[in-house]
Design a protein around this ligand. Structure first.
Ligand SMILES: Cc1cc2nc3c(=O)[nH]c(=O)nc-3n(C[C@H](O)[C@H](O)[C@H](O)COP(=O)(O)O)c2cc1C
Length: 189
């Protein structure tokens, strides 16, 4: 489902609508506190995207990771801009040079955007990657990495360094358990 309702009001509505089907909540969860929040909303699990781009095992390019580490929650934009390969699919990306040039041109429609048709990067086999392609900044791609579709959620402000996925998962579980225990103590001291 594509929509613009934030995770906090969306999850309990979906949980109620589909009960007893388990719900996996996604969008804006960056650490164990966010995981605790969606579990409190009735979700059975949390799904983290941006956080795992920073997992050591993920095939993300170092430049992409640097930009994610430097970004904050206001650094992203929700649009349908990167549509070559997957049209009409709203998504959230970092506000990079491609997004800024499109915004500066008053957000023209697909086909009339700045630099339309330009090649910004290439695959390892030489295949060109045009500006506005959905291709992610992954190992095997070279060129103007900053100009590619740099997928990022609003959770990006909570994401700062590359760590093994197992370490991230263990920390998420510990943080979520502590956050839920602290919440109970606040309600019933
Ligand atoms: C690098 C990356 C690639 C993604 N690719 C897809 C995709 O192909 N299809 C999709 O529905 N969502 C995709 N997403 C969205 C995630 O599945 C997830 O819903 C979102 O990242 C959750 O928000 P968060 O990044 O704040 O954790 C992608 C997210 C990232 C960061």
């Amino acid at each position: 489902m594509w929509g613009e309702v934030a995770t906090l009001p969306l999850v309990p509505r979906v949980v109620d609508a589909v009960a007893p089907t388990p719900v996996v909540a996604a969008g804006g969860i960056g650490d164990g506190r966010g995981l605790a929040a969606v579990l409190a909303l009735g979700a059975s699990a949390g799904w983290l995207g941006t956080r795992f781009v920073m997992a050591a095992e993920a095939p993300a390019l170092p430049r992409y990771r640097e930009l994610l580490a430097a970004a904050v929650e206001t650094s992203t934009v929700h649009s349908s801009l990167f549509d070559i390969g997957w049209p009409n699919a709203p998504h959230r990306t970092l506000r990079n040079s491609t997004v800024k040039a499109w915004e500066a041109a008053d957000r023209p429609p697909s086909g009339a955007r700045p630099g339309e048709g330009e090649t910004v990067a290439t695959w390892v086999d030489g295949d060109p990657i045009p500006r506005y392609a959905t291709t992610s900044a992954r190992i095997g791609v070279t060129g103007d990495i900053e100009a590619l579709s740099l997928w990022a959620g609003q959770s990006v402000g909570l994401v700062d360094r590359v760590r093994p996925a197992g370490e991230i998962v263990r920390e998420l579980a510990e943080e979520a358990a502590s956050a839920l225990q602290a919440s109970v103590r606040m309600i019933r001291p």
